[in-house]
Write a protein that binds this ligand. Structure first.
Ligand code: ADE
Length: 255
């Protein structure tokens, strides 16, 4: 029996707790749950209502279309949580109004003990929820119909920073985006498919050349697709050398 206690426990409070079942049933997240490296519970918000219809939403004050989620069931869940665990959790509110989620934030959140996602629907949750919320987070500039998918996206990225969840932890720490660059392209067999060849250098067995090739590809991709990341990056000496070689190749090609 594995008596280990998870280092990081996720909780998602939602009116659709079943949405999380499939997410927990596959891949790295499932393995991490089995190994008790992380914990997860989906909580049905309706269990924290008190009326016979188990109401979780209502019309909004001031008028306008759309319903707003009531704040009381979330508070009731929060109070019960603090009572049960004897400590305050870290509460995340997925919302398009929040700060943008990224790997840095994922790493920061991976160090908290208990992380609760309050998943809203409709026009969101009554603003007074902010009293309980530590982080308002958006996963991108688009509007989804609820906080469940963003919560799953965040849990996936956060759990990767828990030691043991990804086989080789160094690979997470050295992940291209963590290092401020986009990932280089990857290839597997066959060497040629419908006339499309794997770059010759990857077949050379020359590790130094392979490393330089990958670094140059990462730098080119980042500069072209994500100039914001490129401009923010503090380049190492090795990366600067790679940039010089890219420029040299460009000049050679132009002649
Ligand atoms: N809820 C609805 N859209 C969202 C988004 N883009 N990020 C986080 N939560 C959301």
């Amino acid at each position: 029996m594995n008596e280990r206690k998870p280092v990081l426990n996720f909780f998602a409070v939602s009116i659709f707790p079943e949405m999380f079942k499939i997410f927990c049933s596959f891949g790295i997240f499932k393995k991490a749950l089995e190994k008790k490296l992380i914990g997860f519970q989906a909580i049905n918000l309706r269990d924290y209502t008190t009326d016979k219809h188990r109401t979780t939403d209502d019309y909004q004050y001031g008028g306008s279309h759309g319903m707003v989620m009531k704040v009381e069931p979330f508070f009731r869940f929060y109070d019960a949580f603090v009572e049960k665990y004897g400590e305050k959790p870290t509460v995340i509110l997925p919302t398009p109004k929040g700060r943008l989620f990224n790997n840095e934030l994922a790493m920061e959140l991976s160090k908290k003990g208990n992380l609760i996602f309050f998943c809203g629907r409709y026009e969101g949750i009554d603003e007074r929820i902010s009293v309980l919320v530590d982080y308002e987070v958006s996963i991108g500039d688009y509007v989804l119909s609820g906080g469940e998918l963003p919560a799953m996206v965040m849990m996936d990225a956060i759990s990767r920073f828990v030691p043991g969840v990804v086989g080789d932890f160094r690979s997470v720490q050295e992940d291209s985006i963590t290092m401020g660059l986009l990932d280089y392209p990857h290839y597997t067999r066959p060497e040629e498919f419908r006339g499309l060849r794997v770059p010759e250098v990857l077949l050379s067995g020359d590790h130094k050349r392979v490393e330089l090739f990958r670094l140059k590809e990462s730098i080119k991709l980042t500069a072209l697709r994500r100039p914001d990341l490129f401009l923010k990056k503090d380049f190492t000496k090795q990366e600067k050398m790679a940039i010089l070689e890219i420029l040299r190749e460009l000049l050679d090609g132009a002649q």
